[in-house]
Design a protein around this ligand. Structure first.
Ligand code: ZN
Length: 741
């Protein structure tokens, strides 16, 4: 399940950005007569504004160099041909699971899917496309869907079945993903078609196996019950305030809030039924739970393993560790006297009172002791909040719209809770994909369980608990019946620990915005009225969401933007549509003018080879670490260098009308064009495919088996290029951006 939230915290760079926006951009005319826009470059922490008139290529390039050098991260990390990162032999990429109650908003695509897609495309080039499977799908079940369907029927006159309702949203999601060139091998749906059949089978087998190995237990809990409606209430059928310490969410559902915090339903503050508006009562129900608290030590081990891996972001391990704390309760200081009276009735615990804090903390050894204490505090109307800790992970529920759960110990009529089944859904989708290709479905193990393979899961930071705590513990439990036989680094063919790639929040216009709030985030599909998919892809990749939350500020949707402001969204795209387009076109036109359309091929200058190798190795290293913004800096610097080199060398050749110099500049620049195109291929697939097509190269040019090769090796000799008409763009601008000129 992929939840997406847009949060309020004021963007730390807001004021700087405003200042920059006010400065605007400058149009310059360079010596080749093309218009260029020198826009704002946002380099990591330092923002740098370039305003220039009649600037030369040299100045442009040295500015770019200075900015790249000013990036501390960039400087520290040196790449080395003899010390390259290791990639797996096979890989699965998963891109969260968008929920099936609506179409995709920009955060789904710009916060998760573009990153997953770039990584899948990169790995296809890097390790071979037959070794990569990229899957995702619509998360179809659960109470929000049932609620959404109920509303669609009642308020919008929807007349289909609940499956029709989900199908409609799934189709719209798939279209949007296609429009953004998200290259999923399979975009399934947990309740629809073949993928649903596989998913039901996998879910049944998964739960039975966990049960047989003794990793499940039955727990009776109190569930909300609406007496007026005469039914149990699930998830979003109840709304109140989140009881987790420090959380301000007013959208606390039955047992989790909209920010992903989980809690005991009994602790939800001010619960109300969404069906009748009544305060629900609590009734006991039995469900199956995975014994998650038993995995505390193993998860600690896993967290320290994760810390050793330089391709796992710090936010992941930090968040995982928060859940490995002992069970604590935070109580407001006002209730100190009541607490003191009740304390003797509680299990042994530690009291922590810190000066200047508005609450004090009590720490228990066991979760059950804390649960008893919570009950006691509730009975005496004490306001408190629970700290994060491991709690049993619920696998089943009684909502009708769900995957049927196997009947165990005579417990009938249960369905699988939507979160756990969404965790193993990518396995179901992998199986469904293999089946659709006529491959042996058992091959899924070669991707999910083989030490030579890796699973990369692209998620939002809110979902780290589910993917990196609950899921990893469940994966480990398949290693056997006893905890002492399990290890996070097991290599005996059980489910391997995935590489989580967690992004921070993508904000919208620095403001709190949610699909139900007053500031509506744009739908992903609507943004394509203003930008090309490639422009948006390049922009989102450059934001640095791996490190911090960043605001998305599209000028056409920003009511505070002034007409003279430049649009921050197009700056990365203009690197391609202005600088790189110009480099490629200039070379093509010279080949057509002087060599009858035959590209001269020969030995590339040593300095060009060296610069290209450096860019390739740095790019590879940043890709390995999923530092996508750094990848965009490498490309920016390399393409500007190519532009600078070309300008200088071409001008010398033109001045002396020297054929040898002209051949030299074309051979060198085409090597840089080819190298940049391969590196850009995962980021800007359409434009780079067009470059390949016009250069008459076959698809093997994308393979990293040839990444350092020159065109002499690849082509053998001079090569006829496709004829390029005047003013043709490889990297497009959106039609709306031409009108603005
Ligand atoms: Zn919360």
């Amino acid at each position: 399940m992929l939840n997406f939230y847009i949060l309020l915290p004021a963007h730390p760079f807001q004021s700087i950005q405003k200042a920059l926006r006010n400065c605007g951009s400058t149009v310059i005319l360079n010596k080749f007569g093309f218009f260029s826009f020198i826009l704002m470059f946002n380099f990591f922490i330092a923002f740098h504004l370039v305003m220039c008139y009649n600037i030369s290529y040299e100045t442009i390039c040295s500015e770019a160099d200075v900015m790249a050098e000013s990036n501390e991260m960039y400087k520290k990390k040196t790449a080395d041909k003899n010390n390259r990162p290791q990639f797996p032999k096979r890989a699965v990429i998963t891109g969260g699971m968008p929920y099936g109650n609506k179409t995709l908003h920009f955060g789904h695509v710009g916060g998760v899917f573009v990153f997953a897609d770039v990584y899948a495309r990169f790995l296809r080039d890097r390790i071979g496309k037959e070794n990569v499977i990229f899957v995702s799908g619509t998360d179809c079940y659960g109470s929000p869907i049932a609620e959404g369907y109920r509303k669609a029927c009642a308020e919008q006159g929807f007349t289909g079945t609940i499956r029709d309702y989900v199908q409609r949203n799934h189709d719209a999601q798939k279209k949007t993903l296609d429009d953004y060139d998200i290259s999923l091998d399979l975009f399934g749906a947990s309740a629809l078609g073949d993928t649903a059949e596989w998913h039901n089978k996998v879910s049944d087998a998964f739960i039975r196996k966990l049960y047989e190995m003794g990793h499940l237990k039955k727990i009776s809990t109190a569930q909300f019950y609406d007496e007026k409606a005469g039914m149990f209430l699930n998830g979003r059928q109840v709304i109140g305030k989140c009881p987790v310490q420090g959380c301000q969410s007013e959208k606390g559902y039955a047992d989790e809030c909209d920010l992903g915090h989980q809690y005991n339903p009994i602790n939800l503050i001010d619960p109300k039924s969404t069906l009748t508006g009544e305060t629900p009562v609590m009734k006991d129900v039995v469900n199956w739970y995975f014994k998650l608290p038993d995995y505390n030590d193993l998860l600690k081990e896993m967290a320290s393993e994760m810390e050793k891996q330089d391709n796992i972001r710090p936010v992941v391990t930090k968040t995982v560790k928060e859940f490995l704390e002992p069970p604590v309760i935070y109580i407001m200081n006002d209730y100190m006297d009541t607490y003191k009276e009740l304390a003797p009735q509680m299990a042994e615990h530690e009291l922590i009172v810190e000066p200047k804090k508005t609450s004090f903390t009590i720490v228990f050894k066991e979760l059950s002791q804390r649960d008893d204490a919570c009950k006691l505090l509730n009975e005496h109307h004490v306001r408190f909040r629970e700290g994060k800790t491991l709690v049993p992970f619920r696998l089943t529920g009684n909502i009708e719209w769900g995957v049927p759960a196997p009947e165990l110990e005579g417990e009938k009529g249960l369905t699988v809770w939507v979160w756990p089944e969404s965790l193993w859904a990518p396995i179901s989708f992998t199986v469904a994909y293999l089946a659709s290709q006529g491959r042996d479905t058992e091959e899924w193990r070669k991707y999910w369980c083989d030490p030579d393979a890796k699973v990369y899961q692209f998620i939002g930071q809110d979902n780290i608990y589910f993917y990196c705590v609950a899921q990893t513990a469940m994966w480990m439990s398949f290693q056997g019946e006893k905890l002492e036989d399990m290890s996070p680094t097991d290599t005996k063919g059980h489910l391997t620990m995935p590489v989580p790639v967690a992004n921070h929040h993508i904000l919208f216009l620095d403001k709190k915005a949610s699909s139900s709030g007053s500031v509506k985030p744009p739908m992903a599909a609507d943004l394509l009225d203003y930008y090309t998919a490639e422009q948006l892809r390049m922009h989102w990749l450059g934001l640095g969401l791996g490190m911090r939350s960043v605001s998305f500020q599209p000028k056409p949707l920003n009511p505070n933007a002034k007409p003279e402001d430049s649009d921050p969204v197009t700056k990365e795209g203009f690197l391609l549509s202005n600088v790189f387009n110009r480099v490629i076109r200039t070379c093509f036109y010279d080949v057509q003018k002087y060599y009858d359309g035959v590209m001269p091929v020969g030995e590339v200058s040593e300095s060009v080879i060296a610069d290209s190798e450096k860019a390739i190795l740095e790019y590879e290293r940043f890709m390995y670490k999923t530092e996508f913004h750094q990848v965009t800096y490498v490309l920016d610097s390399y393409i500007r260098k190519a532009s600078k080199y070309m300008a200088k060398a071409k001008s010398e050749a033109d001045k002396s009308d020297d054929d040898a110099l002209r051949r030299r500049y074309l051979i060198d620049t085409f090597h840089m064009i080819k190298t940049a195109a391969v590196l850009l291929h995962p980021l800007a697939p359409k434009g780079t495919e067009m470059v390949r097509d016009y250069m008459n190269l076959d698809e093997s040019v994308w393979s990293w088996d040839h990444i350092f090769d020159t065109l002499q090796t690849i082509c053998g000799g001079d090569r006829k290029l496709k004829f390029l008409e005047p003013k043709v763009d490889f990297f497009k601008r959106h039609p709306s951006q031409f009108k603005a000129e």
